[in-house]
Design a protein around this ligand. Structure first.
Ligand SMILES: Nc1ncnc2c1ncn2[C@@H]1O[C@H](COP(=O)(O)OP(=O)(O)O)[C@@H](O)[C@H]1O
Ligand SMILES: [Mg+2]
Length: 343
């Protein structure tokens, strides 16, 4: 090839690759869940989408009954035979919805671990805490014998259980609620998961232990790059721990934003209501006001915007037509009359 031809080739060389946006570790797209009931199929989650980057923390917040747990459990195939799930949830691009039990078994506990509000629902009462951690170490990391024993002790130390060597031999009923919560986190971490879904992990605990556990999760994330989905009904907990927040109401995300953006100026009246009912921000925003009314049951959800019956700013349009989640300026809001400034 002559010099000219070479020069020509060089000229048409593609530009050096720029830094590509990071691929999400976990991506939910239009995830829908209904449950078969006597009255028919009851939709509970209406199309939820979000991404979590490696090392990122997404807070999923909303009052009890808004569909936070169901959304996450759907991705792990934990909802049982009466659930009808559609849409997509991928882990590093691999589809979880409709995956076989064998595939999900490989993902659960190993790649994605989930911890629940009530540790007694996931701890086995007839095995010692140490044995339960060793089982996870054996299953997900192939550790046995002395190596498993040492690693189990290290994990219990790591989650702040004093005298870990002794505690390992004890059974869940011998430990306090806070200790069991930590033991459950140790079991979840034993598989070195890429994603931890923490479903109200501190709700049952007193404030001091709650803060310790949130700090612990933040430390582990910083060390390992584990992504976290933190489910909570408490925006205060989310504020301390998360990068991004998705606010859920009646099975939909109504507002999604980076945490600073959301707290600096929430747009959705529901988010504002959640902030108003936060004791810690009382001085900033005036009187503590719980949101009037309750979350409707899924089968009784109103037409139009589901929040309209509880919203002081609702118009005829709100009662007639459900608003779409619309993106602007790095945030998304589903509201016909979003607030421009913090009330
Ligand atoms: N197995 C189920 N069968 C029928 N309905 C369910 C089932 N699990 C949850 N639900 C309903 O789905 C809605 C969302 O529940 P959930 O995701 O647990 O709310 P959250 O975690 O936000 O408190 C609730 O109305 C709840 O009653
Ligand atoms: Mg829940």
């Amino acid at each position: 090839m002559g010099v000219e031809a070479l020069a020509h080739r060089v000229e048409f060389e593609p530009p050096a690759p720029r830094v590509l946006p990071q691929a999400p570790r976990l991506a939910f797209r239009d995830l829908k869940v209904s449950f078969a009931a006597e009255r028919g199929l009851v939709p509970v989650v209406h199309g939820v989408s979000f991404d979590v980057l490696p090392g990122g923390t997404l807070g999923l917040v909303g009052e009890s009954g808004c569909g936070k747990s169901v959304t996450c459990m759907a991705a792990l195939g934990l909802l049982g035979p009466r659930a009808v799930v559609s849409g997509s949830a991928t882990l590093d691009g691999r589809e979880l919805i409709g995956a076989s039990t064998a595939e999900l078994d490989r993902v659960r506990g190993g790649r994605i671990a989930m911890i629940f509000q009530d540790p007694m629902s996931s701890l086995n009462p007839v095995h010692s805490v140490g044995r339960q951690i060793r089982e996870s170490l054996s299953l997900h990391r192939g550790l046995e014998g002395r190596a498993a024993e040492a690693e189990a002790k290290r994990l219990l130390d790591r989650v702040g259980i004093p005298s870990a060597g002794q505690r390992m031999k004890e059974y869940p009923h011998q430990l306090s609620g806070g200790m069991n919560q930590r033991a459950m986190i140790a079991i979840a971490l034993a598989g070195e998961p890429d994603v931890l879904i923490a479903d109200e992990p501190t709700t049952a605990l007193d404030v001091t232990i709650q803060a310790q556990i949130l700090d612990l999760l933040a430390d582990i994330r910083a060390e390992t790059g584990m992504a976290i989905v933190l489910i909570s009904h408490d925006l205060g907990v989310i504020a301390e721990t998360c990068d991004d927040v998705a606010v859920m109401y009646c099975g939909r995300i109504v507002e999604r934003a980076p945490v600073e953006t959301l707290f600096a100026g929430p747009r959705h009246p529901y988010t504002i209501g959640l902030l108003h009912s936060l004791p810690r921000l009382e001085t900033q925003i005036g009187a503590l006001e719980p949101i009037a009314g309750v979350v409707p049951e899924p089968w009784a959800a109103p037409a139009g915007c589901a929040f309209a019956p509880r919203c002081s700013g609702a118009s005829a349009l709100c009662h007639a037509k459900a608003p779409q989640l619309a993106r602007s300026g790095g945030r998304s809001v589903a509201c016909h009359h979003p607030q421009i400034r913090f009330a």
